[in-house]
Design a protein around this ligand. Structure first.
Ligand code: UTP
Length: 280
C-alpha cells in the first residue's frame, strides 16, 4: 500500500518576505510547531512513514529539524523542558526521512518529478505543508488518512478539494467532474488559476494529493503552462483523460498558511483549540 509521502518544499515563499529571506516558509511556526511538522504528523497518522523532501537552496533548517540535536538534548535533559521535544523525538525515531533537491524552480509539477528518485514505482502522497489541514482528535481521521482509505477502494490518483469563493479561483487549480457520490467526483476537466469567469466550478484543489507513479511520465511530457511553470494540474488532467483521477471534498479545515491572513487565522485557531486545551 502507500508508504511514502513527498513534501515539495523548494519554493521561495515570497509572500512572507522578509521572514522567509533566510528561513524556509515551511519552518514558520503555528504557535510552537513548524508548519512542516504538522504535515509530517498528518502523514504518519495515515501510515506513511517514509517521508521525502524536495528541497532547494536555503532549506537546511528542515533537515536539521528532523534530526537529533545532541547539544540541545544534553542541555535540557532532566528538566521539565524535555517534554517540549517529545513529539519531534518520536518522529525522528520512527520515520525515515530522505532528501533530494530541485535545482530550478520550475513549478510544482517539476518539484514532484524531482522527487521521483525518492519514490520509485509506487503510489505516494504529496503534502504542501503551507496548506495546514486540521481535524481535531474528536472529529475523526486526518485528511491524508481519509484519502488513503479512498485510495484502497479506487486505486487511482486523488486530489483533495474544497469550495472556494469564485473570486479566489485565480489562486487555485479548479476542477470539474461528475459526481460519484456526495463529496466525490470523477474529474473531467481541470484549469490552473482561471479567471473567476472562466472557472468551471468553485471546487479548488488544495495541497493534498495521492498520485499513482505513471504521473512521472506524464509530467515529463508536460510542457510549461501557466506562468511558465510545469503544472501538476496539466499532468493530472492527462491522467484523468487516460483513465481516472478523483477529487475528494475532505472533512476538516484547511488554512492557507502561504498567505498572511490564512497564517494568522491558523495561529488563532490552533492556539485556542489545541494549545490552550493541551495546557489546561
Ligand atoms: P507556492 O507557490 O505556494 O509556494 O507553492 P512558494 O512559491 O514558495 O510561495 P510564494 O508564492 O512565493 O509565496 C506550493 C508548494 O510547492 C512548493 C513550495 O515550496 C510550496 O510548498 N514548490 C513550488 C516547489 O517545491 N517548487 C516549485 O518550483 C514551486
Amino acid at each position: 500500500m502507500i508508504q511514502k509521502c513527498l513534501f515539495p518544499v523548494a519554493g521561495y515563499g515570497t509572500r512572507f518576505l522578509p521572514a522567509t529571506k533566510s528561513m524556509p516558509k515551511e519552518m514558520l511556526p503555528i504557535v510552537n510547531k513548524p508548519l512542516v511538522q504538522y504535515g509530517v504528523e498528518e502523514a504518519v497518522a495515515a501510515g506513511l512513514t517514509k517521508i521525502g523532501f524536495v528541497t532547494g537552496r536555503g532549506k537546511r533548517a528542515i533537515a536539521d529539524h528532523f534530526d537529533v540535536s545532541f547539544e540541545l538534548e544534553h542541555q535540557i535533559a532532566g528538566t521539565d523542558k524535555e517534554n517540549y521535544l517529545t513529539g519531534i523525538r518520536t518522529l525522528i525515531d520512527t520515520v525515515n526521512f530522505s532528501f533530494t533537491r530541485q535545482n530550478k524552480m520550475l513549478g510544482l509539477g517539476h518539484a514532484i518529478l524531482s522527487g521521483e528518485t525518492l519514490i520509485g514505482d509506487e503510489p505516494f502522497a504529496v503534502v504542501l505543508a503551507d496548506d495546514l489541514c486540521i481535524v481535531l482528535d474528536e472529529e475523526g481521521d486526518g485528511v491524508l488518512s481519509q484519502m488513503v482509505k479512498l485510495y484502497k477502494q479506487f486505486r487511482c490518483s486523488i486530489v483533495a478539494i474544497e469550495e472556494v469563493p469564485k473570486q479566489d479561483s485565480p489562486k487555485y487549480g479548479i476542477i470539474a467532474g461528475s459526481m460519484i457520490r456526495e463529496g466525490l467526483y470523477n474529474i473531467t476537466d481541470m484549469v490552473e488559476k482561471p479567471k473567476p469567469e472562466e472557472a468551471p466550478t468553485n471546487l479548488a484543489i488544495i495541497g493534498r494529493y495521492i498520485l499513482t507513479p505513471d504521473i512521472f511520465d506524464l509530467i515529463r511530457q508536460t510542457p510549461p503552462g501557466k506562468n511558465g511553470e510545469i503544472q501538476i494540474t496539466d499532468a493530472l488532467l492527462k491522467q484523468a483523460q487516460n483513465g481516472c483521477v478523483l477529487a475528494y471534498q475532505f472533512k476538516g479545515r484547511r488554512f492557507d498558511c502561504g498567505s498572511v491572513p490564512g497564517f494568522i487565522e491558523a495561529t488563532n485557531f490552533c492556539y485556542q483549540e489545541i494549545f490552550c486545551k493541551q495546557q489546561s
